[in-house]
Design a protein around this ligand. Structure first.
Ligand code: PGA
Length: 250
């Protein structure tokens, strides 16, 4: 595992965008696993800028998003599909056929989960998976529980996740969907490379627990210690509880 610390959110985002750009350069038809939330927004901005400067071409890639709320159609501004359109997809050369996001309003949600894992597998698997991390150490929407859920599944969101995400719903916790579809820990783990991003003081404890605690499903991100190809990119605040010798400043 490689752990890099950048001076701030902007530098973290730039580093993450550079890693995506070099992935696409070395394999133009890469499958990227993508994340939503506040953390990757500036990384997407940087990728859009690189695209405008003709430094990156998305025409052959495929994208698979980690998760989606149940009950929100793609047209709902709070859906993750909408988020991705607004922040990234519509600003670069990506066509609809290249984009996969679980459908939170599928008639048969269980089937949607099975189909999603099959789609990822049949595309050859994810080359580079981007992750954020929840204050409760969730990755995707894999919430702390007493076992690691392997496959894409429907999950009940933790109270702490509902609280954290209420900011996207006019601070109205009641408006946050209580369920979501998420790639499972096994689905994430099959990715050839994983890049986890964390910024800000509110993530420091989750990062500390990920790196220094036991590998346990009550800290879902702790499983990343077992993956052979993980890079964690932090800003100073997210790295504030780590020993200086455990990361590289970039
Ligand atoms: P955030 O969410 O980027 O909005 O902090 C990350 C997550 O919950 O995985």
């Amino acid at each position: 595992m490689e752990i890099l610390t950048c001076k701030d959110y902007s530098a973290m985002s730039q580093k993450a965008a550079e890693i995506i750009a070099s992935q696409i350069k070395s394999k133009p038809d890469s499958a990227l696993g993508l994340a939503t939330g506040s953390t990757p927004i500036k990384m997407y901005d940087q990728l859009v800028e690189m695209h405008k400067d003709s430094l990156i071409d998305f025409s052959q890639i495929k994208t698979f998003n980690l998760d989606e709320y149940c009950e929100l159609p793609q047209s709902n501004p709070q859906s993750y599909y909408y988020f991705m359109e607004e922040n990234f997809f519509r600003k670069v050369n990506l066509k609809k056929e290249q984009i996969y996001i679980p459908n939170g309003v599928a008639e048969d949600l269980e089937l949607e989960c099975v189909n999603y894992d099959n789609l990822i597998d049949s595309s050859g698997g994810i080359d580079l998976q981007v992750l954020g991390i929840g204050n409760n150490s969730h990755i995707g929407f894999n919430e702390p529980k007493d076992y690691f859920e392997k496959n894409t599944h429907i999950t009940q969101l933790d109270e702490s996740t509902l609280e954290a995400n209420a900011r996207f719903f006019d601070d109205n916790i009641e408006a946050v969907p209580k369920k979501a579809i998420t790639m499972g820990i096994g689905s994430i783990f099959k990715s050839k490379k994983i890049m986890l991003l964390a910024s800000g003081e509110s993530k420091a404890k989750a990062i500390y627990n990920t790196l220094y605690g036991k590998i346990t499903p009550t800290v879902p991100s702790s499983i990343l210690n077992l993956h052979p190809n993980v890079i964690i990119i932090l800003d100073e605040k997210a790295a504030s509880l780590l020993d200086e010798q455990d990361f590289k400043r970039v």
